[in-house]
Design a protein around this ligand. Structure first.
Ligand SMILES: [Zn+2]
Length: 381
């Protein structure tokens, strides 16, 4: 297990220079006094750091002048986010979603394409083609191509196991490198999501952060002391086998009431369909529960209670300041909010402070921006 600072390596080595660039990227234009205050630097020290950055054009004064609190006009500093561009791609079991972004991960062009085959070389060709299409839409030099997918990604961009693509030991970074000149980075999709969420999303400024996703399975991402925690086994869905309900059904591996079987969309649908005596889709289960159907409500609340227990387990082991919940199944947390809360309380020491939970909905391009951010983390060639 190792850790990567949640700062693009394109900002340079740790130190005041990188801190200045990072603050300006994350917060936008800032006056010199605000910047000095945020970084705990004196005006003279800040000036020493910013002088070479202004000279090189990496940062600049914004064109608009403001009148500062002392009545003197000030010109806020901003970063030139368009000095470098990256492409991020999310590969799902059915599509590729791609975005061309600048250093601030502003989306300058985006595209999506259906996967006609999950054969690795065909997917590599499609990703390269989609990247080329983005560069045609927005012609700029691209410094890195980041790809994320659900599964285990080993050193060198080899995909150890990706269940949705039916891949095992696929040297995907090498395949993709055969179709493009852009340096390639392959990462687990939860890593990509955690990076972007910490960088610009609901996790901004949170030093210790847990991200959980529910949907097809259960995903987990972790930031400790502003470092994204990497693990060789990330993407294998280990958290999904956490036991949550001794009376629940069993998963494929025979675990009774594990997170996968309690929280996955497919299993919630199955549970509700059996109770209701007809096939119901996930959205309908949630709607029925909200409309007061007791059978749908029971299915949803059993899952919600299990989710609450999982949140408390995550709080206990990771000691985060905040938990972010997302994924295609996140609607459960709204519909079963009371059951989630009850599940959280049941296992939590009653004197312990409540860890804030934020539920968010994100689209595929957002994950692609995270993949671009993973490419930015790579050392500059
Ligand atoms: Zn299991």
């Amino acid at each position: 297990m190792d850790a990567t600072p949640v700062h693009p390596s394109w900002l340079g080595e740790p130190g005041s220079t990188r801190d200045v660039l990072y603050r300006l990227l994350v917060e936008g234009p800032l006056s010199r006094s605000a910047l000095a205050e945020r970084l705990g630097l004196s005006a003279a020290s800040l000036s020493r750091v910013t002088k070479p950055l202004l000279a090189s054009g990496e940062i600049r004064e914004t064109p608009d002048r403001h009148v500062g609190p002392t009545g003197r006009p000030t010109q806020p500093l901003e970063i030139d986010a368009d000095r470098h561009h990256f492409i991020g791609v999310k590969i799902t079991g059915t599509h590729v979603y791609a975005a061309l972004v600048n250093l601030r991960t502003d989306v300058l062009a985006s595209a999506q394409a259906p996967l006609e085959s999950t054969e690795p070389q065909r997917v590599a060709e499609l990703v390269a083609l989609t990247a080329k299409e983005l560069q045609e839409q927005h012609p700029v030099p691209v410094s890195g191509l980041g790809v994320c997918l659900g599964g285990q990604v080993l050193d060198g961009g080899e995909v150890g196991y990706a269940p949705f693509l039916h891949w095992e030991n696929v040297p995907f970074a090498r395949y993709l490198g055969g179709h493009t000149e852009i340096p390639v980075t392959v990462t687990n999709d939860l890593n990509a999501l955690t990076l972007i969420e910490h960088w610009q999303g609901a996790g901004q400024g949170v030093a210790n952060l847990v991200i959980l996703t529910i949907g097809a399975g259960v995903g987990y991402g972790l930031v400790i002391n502003n470092q994204l925690i990497h693990d060789a086994n990330a993407g294998l869905g280990q958290v999904g086998h956490t036991p949550l309900d001794a009376t629940g059904p069993t998963c494929d591996l025979g675990h009774r009431g594990c997170a996968n079987v309690m929280l996955s969309i497919r299993n919630i649908e199955t549970h509700a369909s059996v109770s209701l005596g007809r096939v119901v889709r996930y959205d309908e289960v949630l709607q029925l529960a909200e409309a007061g159907d007791p059978l749908a409500r029971a299915a949803v609340d059993q899952a919600g209670f299990a989710l609450g227990r999982l949140l408390t387990i995550a709080s206990g082991f990771a000691m985060p300041e905040k938990i972010i919940l997302t994924g295609e199944g996140v609607g459960l947390a709204y519909t079963a909010a009371d059951a989630v809360e009850a599940g959280r309380r049941q296992d939590r020491e009653r004197h312990a402070t409540a860890i804030p939970l934020e539920c968010i909905e994100v689209d595929d391009i957002y994950w692609a921006r995270g993949a671009a951010l993973a490419a930015m983390q790579q050392p500059q060639p």
